[in-house]
Ligand binder design. Structure first.
Ligand code: 5IU
Length: 259
């Protein structure tokens, strides 16, 4: 049972190098917190990263919503990732035919350790992204998270779609480090990580379809290995304190799950 097994033990089953290093980081930092750094400028992105860096295992970016994101921004982000020991995930959700996804992913593969992709175009999205990684130094240490389910109201992800997505993780175990999903039964093997967005202590959702749960529910019931918190951390007056709070609650929920 994946949910009863420690991250230390699960690391032994990881076939993707990025998943293995994620398990290491999580254990070293006692953190299963991913911060979604959805901020409008490069300055704010670097500022928030410095504040939350000590508390996270993954920094999730949407670099295309950052006004002045440049190569320098990417270099600074990579320095902070090294300093604070976290991985950078560009949540670009690639969804095109393989030949285009390869070209799109080549634009971010230089600085992102992890990228997200939809599975709707079929399994060849994965080797396409692997090809984009292969042109980078240490490209074989990068990984993909496939979107099996979403947190938003009315989304079209059926159980069958989620299952077919999980099968792609089995097909390409060296590249698919994890799945983005909302239910505990989707992840097909012990070495694959479950990333789950939609976490907020203060509110149940937003006006555009987002749906939130608490850390205890997301980790304990929905099966998240890593939980994503965006506005619950980046839109409050003291992001560092909020990050520390979510880190503590999420890690405690993981320990409760093991017990
Ligand atoms: N995100 C979701 N739900 C999903 C997927 C991705 O919220 O199903 I796939 C992203 C969107 C945003 C972050 O970058 O996770 C959540 O941010 P908030 O905690 O601010 O809602």
């Amino acid at each position: 049972d994946r949910l009863k097994l420690s991250f230390e033990k699960r690391k032994q089953f990881a076939k993707s190098a990025a998943a293995a290093s994620l398990f290491d980081i999580m254990v070293a930092k006692n953190s299963n917190l991913c911060v979604a750094a959805d901020v409008p400028t490069a300055e704010k992105l670097l500022e928030i990263t410095k504040l939350v860096g000590p508390y996270i295992c993954v920094l999730k970016t949407h670099h295309d919503i950052v006004d002045n994101f440049t190569d320098d921004t990417a270099v600074e982000l990579q320095k902070l990732a090294k300093k604070f020991n976290f991985l950078i995930m560009e949540d670009r959700k690639f969804a095109e035919i393989g030949s285009i996804a390869l070209k799109q992913a080549s634009k971010v593969a230089g600085w992102a350790d992890l990228v997200t992709a939809h599975s709707n175009a079929g399994p060849d999205i994965v080797p396409a992204l692997r090809s984009a990684f292969s042109t980078c130094p240490e490209g074989d240490k990068k990984g993909v998270f496939l979107v099996a389910e979403m947190s938003s109201k009315g989304n079209l992800h059926s159980p069958e779609y989620a299952k077919a997505t999980a099968n792609m993780a089995i097909l390409y175990p060296e590249v698919v480090s994890g799945l983005v999903c909302q239910s505990p039964s989707v992840v097909p093997s012990l070495g694959v990580l479950q990333l789950t967005p939609g976490v907020n202590l203060e509110t149940k959702g937003d006006s555009l379809g987002q749906q939130y749960n608490t850390p205890e529910v997301v980790v304990g019931e929905k099966g998240a290995d890593i939980a994503v918190v965006g506005r619950g951390i980046v839109s409050v007056s003291d992001p560092a304190a909020a990050a520390q709070k979510y880190q503590t609650l999420l890690w405690q929920a993981y320990l409760n799950r093991l017990a």
